[in-house]
Design a protein around this ligand. Sequence first.
Ligand SMILES: [Zn+2]
Length: 191
Amino acid sequence: MQARRTATRPDDVGESPMNGTIIPLGKRRRSVEEAIADFWSKVDGRPQEPKPHELKSPCCEWIGAKDEDGYGKFFVSELCTSAHRFSYFIHSWEWPAEGLVCHTCDNPPCISPYHLFLGTPKINTQDAVNKNRHAFGERNYWSKLTDENVRTIRSEFAPRVVTIRMLAQKYGVSMMCIQSVILRRTWRHVQ
Ligand SMILES: [Zn+2]
């Protein structure tokens, strides 16, 4: 049993700790590798890692079938029926069994792993709430963060080194909250 590890490159199939694993698909059984090859054949280009000192990279879109909300349809098993969810899986090697895979870019067909994070139904609701309100940072009644925290969070964040999850735990707030701070969706007034 190999230790779980994160693929370092988006299409780095060789990193798969599940080589040869068959994903149950009813009659259409296929291996993880087959599913991955099929997946990338329906993606326009490849996800791009944010350049140093840049938080945002371009979206990478699904060009296969989409559902009515614009999310890529990709049936792997009952655990995974959408493209962005499968993308999350092959970049983390964890089935996102609980919670939802959310987009930081609000672009449903995007499958860039750099734009995906694991939320929960509650965080998703909070995400919707955050997007529909003007957030004024420290003055907001629900805010637990101070302006100083926000500056520290932005300077501490380092993709894959100091992660959003680690910062959320450190400051006792949701990952969505940290995400919003880093992407300057909230606390825009703090330099
Ligand atoms: Zn995106």
